[in-house]
Design a protein around this ligand. Structure first.
Ligand code: PLP
Length: 445
């Protein structure tokens, strides 16, 4: 391989000396240096161009260096870089208006945070104060953020080292037909049994102790499992019957990723609180938030909400949100992604599944797809264990990288989550690389 440029080498060396990385044993890391990025591509420290099928951490929804977002940040920086949350500011007001114009139902008030974890923390705090109850229910196969409460609400193994049993969190099984916890064989059965299970969890935990059920409208990192028809409506109805608030975590699935402005639209329900981050401004400047329904808003109409952040509604982040949402509206991005999913990504992935015996299931929507990889289609044994990796998964990832594709891998899954602005040709180029990498890693049948 070519040598790193001098600048890239310096970036690498200083990183290794001084940067402490997330979720990692520090001395096992070998981070790729990125020197430049544009649209769906980025360039490494050796000058290689790579197609980004991960949208980084599933957030560069309009791709890298989108000129409208860059210009909006520059203009905002030139006029007013920052102003504290207590003031009214035109950019922040406009971002809130635009967000509220797309959230479902009466989710018309926006509390801004710095990202997704703190959005979930605040949504839960609002739910606890609104209901006067404490417990929060969430699914095992979920990710809700890295702060103390959010990581305990999270179901995936990143919770384990921080699980101290004091946060009032309870986990249950969400629907997942391919690995049904209920021995269901149809979507309908899975839906009914998952709802009956949740009903029992609520009864046994005590409805009078439960403030909220928080769900990713479509679980993201945990595997992109589309809820079966009727499931979200069933959860909504169960919440209403038991005085429990429904929080939809749209941090990954929202803002067009699932071919809708918000993924709850697939289920036709309106949550009491909806959290967002990532795609709201393509992640160009940190931003998240909670969209709040009228009834929760009323709780804090005359009583102070006990929470805040120095950077709540930061003008640079809000300027990026305004430009992102206006671009999505003007270019019909949501409709485009819905069509791209149905007409390009899904058929191409199904064709891959017909060629590669490791592909046990293809699922998803829009620009939000998962390949569930198995050793054997009969037994459905995962190609890597839950919470771990395997030589086969590592070979697929390195095969993609060597060919110029950045995949998103988690345990035994490869997710196809490119920028929403990816062209059909770029999507096909990336899927052809994935095809080759799968074939190489598997070897002759
Ligand atoms: N919720 C979901 C569904 C996510 O996917 C993530 C991040 O991946 C978060 C919350 C946490 O967001 P952040 O990393 O911005 O705190």
């Amino acid at each position: 391989p070519a040598a790193l440029t001098a600048d890239a080498e310096r970036a690498y060396d200083l990183d290794r000396q001084h940067v402490f990385h997330s979720w990692s044993a520090q001395e096992t890391l070998d981070p790729m240096v990125v020197t430049r990025a544009e649209g769906s591509y980025l360039w490494d420290g050796q000058g290689n161009r790579l197609l980004d099928f991960s949208s980084q951490l599933v957030y560069t929804n309009l791709g890298h260096q989108h000129p409208r977002i860059v210009a909006a940040i520059q203009e905002q920086a030139a006029s007013l870089c920052t102003i504290a949350p207590s003031y009214a500011n035109g950019t922040r007001s406009e971002a809130a208006r635009l967000i509220a114009s797309h959230t479902p139902g009466d989710l018309d008030r926006v509390f801004f945070t710095n990202g997704g974890a703190d959005a979930n923390e605040h949504a839960i705090r609002m739910a606890r104060l609104h209901t006067g109850k404490h417990k929060v229910l969430s699914t095992y196969r979920s990710y809700h953020g890295g702060t103390q409460l959010a990581i305990n609400v999270t179901g995936d193994p990143r919770r384990w080292p921080s699980d101290n049993g004091s946060t009032g969190t309870v986990h249950f099984f969400g629907p997942f037909l391919y690995r049904s916890p209920f021995a269901a064989t149809t979507e309908e059965e899975e839906c009914q049994r998952a709802l009956a299970h949740l009903e029992q969890v609520v009864a046994l935990e005590g409805a009078s102790t439960i403030a909220a059920i928080i769900l990713e409208s479509i679980p993201g990192t945990a595997g992109i499992m589309m809820p079966p028809p009727g499931y979200l409506q069933g959860v909504r109805e169960l919440c209403d019957r038991n005085g429990i608030l429904l929080i939809a975590d749209e941090v990954m699935a929202g803002f067009g990723r699932a071919g809708r402005w918000f993924a709850v639209e697939h289920g036709g329900v309106v949550p009491d609180l909806l959290t967002f981050a990532k795609g709201v401004n393509s992640g160009y400047v940190p931003l998240g938030g909670v969209a709040i329904s009228e009834k929760v808003y009323r709780t804090f109409a005359q009583r102070a909400y006990p929470g805040g952040l120095t950077y709540s509604g930061h003008p640079l982040a809000c300027a990026a949100a305004v430009a992102t949402i206006e671009t999505m509206e003007d270019e019909g991005i949501v409709e485009r992604v819905d069509a791209l999913g149905r007409e390009v990504i899904e058929p191409e992935l199904r064709a891959l599944a017909s060629r590669h015996p490791w592909i046990g299931e293809v699922r998803g929507t829009g620009a939000f797809w998962a390949l569930e990889l198995v050793r054997d289609r009969e037994s459905r044994e995962p190609l890597a264990p839950y919470g771990g990796s395997s030589p086969e998964m590592a070979a697929i990832v390195s095969g993609c990288m060597r060919r110029g594709l950045i995949p998103f891998a988690n345990f035994n899954r490869i997710h196809v989550v490119p920028p929403l602005t990816i062209t059909a040709e770029e999507a096909k180029e990336g899927l052809a690389i994935l095809d080759e990498a799968l074939a190489e890693a598997h070897g002759p049948a």
